[in-house]
Design a protein around this ligand. Structure first.
Ligand code: G3I
Length: 350
């Protein structure tokens, strides 16, 4: 049994991939990806700063390779992401630019990128992290300043024109937490009222061991479903080295002392075993929530294949992390077995 077969017909199982250019994945990693998952998300290479670094210059090499790899392996691809303030090129929305020019630049970007992969992408994260962490409104970004609040609607309209076959998603972190969830629900309702195509919402899911907000997650899934949207967990990991909160804002940086970086090499085995067991139980509780009612969650994507490749080894500071289902040797961890166990138990019930 593998993850994808265990949840077949109930949930899509996804994985973020940092690179598929020849030589970037080992044979073991390739095998694990195609055996365990049925949908891939490019971790970085489709972000605007990488795929469209200058107005007339595109870098399609890595995304083309990812699409080719996925198609060879029979996997689907989620595009990530068309409008985001991070890893974005300065030329796209410059200070002082007119609204008209900013809209033209947004159109040029979305038409080129979503248009190139038209018909080959399952769905696009069209707008990423647009809601402010605090306060009452949208995040202050170059797109908001140059275009205004309707940059979100425009991005969805442009994505639909560029690839009418792709589903279109809003994606963000901490949107299971009550205050940010309320603001997100209001923004999604406004989007729906504007008549744009919106198929689903991605709850990123960058959670921290012993602080996973299970009740908020369950409530958020129901509230987003009540809007008639598909709900996806799009960037799942469980951090085992503490960090201040579940935000995933890369602007926040801090240094980890050797004491804080406590699961680096040399960590005593019993402690590590205990932590990985706790992590397994918490992953299991999450999958119990995700599978509670058929159709509640359409896809769960892990943000990385194995612990060695996780972004949580370098953010918010350099440390040794163990957040995923496979260890640095690509071997299954207790969390993997625990998630499979949920699949078995919930299958018997249904
Ligand atoms: O490519 C350069 C490389 O040339 C250089 O040597 C190296 C030195 O630091 O940096 C490399 O770029 C890094 C890039 O990842 C590729 O590895 C950037 O510094 C680093 O900031 C970047 O981090 C990515 C982050 O998004 C940037 O915003 C993470 O890999 C990626 O996992 C993360 O993903 C985001 C989602 O897209 C949206 N949700 C939050 C999530 C976590 O921040």
């Amino acid at each position: 049994m593998t993850l994808r077969s265990a949840f077949d017909g109930r949930l899509q199982l996804g994985c973020a991939v940092a690179g598929t250019l020849p030589g970037s994945l080992s044979a073991t990693e390739e095998r694990l990806l195609s055996e365990q998952f049925n949908v891939l998300t490019p971790e970085n290479c489709m972000k605007s700063g990488l795929i469209h670094p200058e107005p007339e210059r595109y870098d399609f090499e890595a995304p083309d390779a990812l699409l080719a790899f996925a198609e060879r392996q029979g996997l689907s691809v989620v595009g990530h992401c068309l409008a985001w303030h991070n890893q974005a090129p300065a030329w796209l929305f410059e200070p002082g630019m007119t609204r008209a020019l900013a809209l033209t630049q947004l159109a040029r970007h979305i038409q080129a990128v979503a248009g190139r992969y038209r018909g080959r992408i399952q769905g696009w994260d069209v707008v990423n992290e647009a809601i402010a962490d605090d306060g009452d409104g949208l995040r202050d970004t170059p797109a908001l300043r140059a275009i205004g609040e309707d940059y979100i609607e425009r991005a969805f309209e442009l994505a639909r024109e560029a690839d009418p076959h792709a589903e279109l998603y809003y994606n963000d972190y901490n949107i299971e937490q009550p205050a940010k969830r309320e603001r997100t629900l209001r923004m999604l309702e406004r989007l729906q009222a504007s008549g744009v195509r919106l198929d689903g919402v991605g709850i990123q899911g960058h959670w921290i061991i012993d602080r996973v907000p299970f009740d908020d997650i369950a409530a958020a899934i129901q509230q987003y479903r009540a809007l008639g949207l598909k709900v996806m967990i799009t960037e799942l990991d469980i951090d085992v080295v503490d960090r201040p909160d579940c935000s995933a804002d890369i602007a926040t940086q801090r240094a980890y002392s050797p004491t804080e970086d406590r699961y680096r090499e040399g960590c005593p085995a019993p402690v590590m075993t205990h932590v990985l067991q706790q992590q397994a139980e918490q992953y299991a509780r999450l999958f119990e929530i995700f599978t509670r009612q058929p159709g509640d969650v359409a896809r769960v994507t892990f943000w990385g294949l194995h612990d060695g490749g996780s972004w949580l080894n370098s953010w918010p500071g350099k440390r040794t992390n163990h957040p995923l289902l496979f260890d640095r040797q690509c071997l299954p961890k207790p969390a993997y077995e625990a998630v499979l166990d949920v699949a078995r138990r919930t299958q018997v019930k249904s």
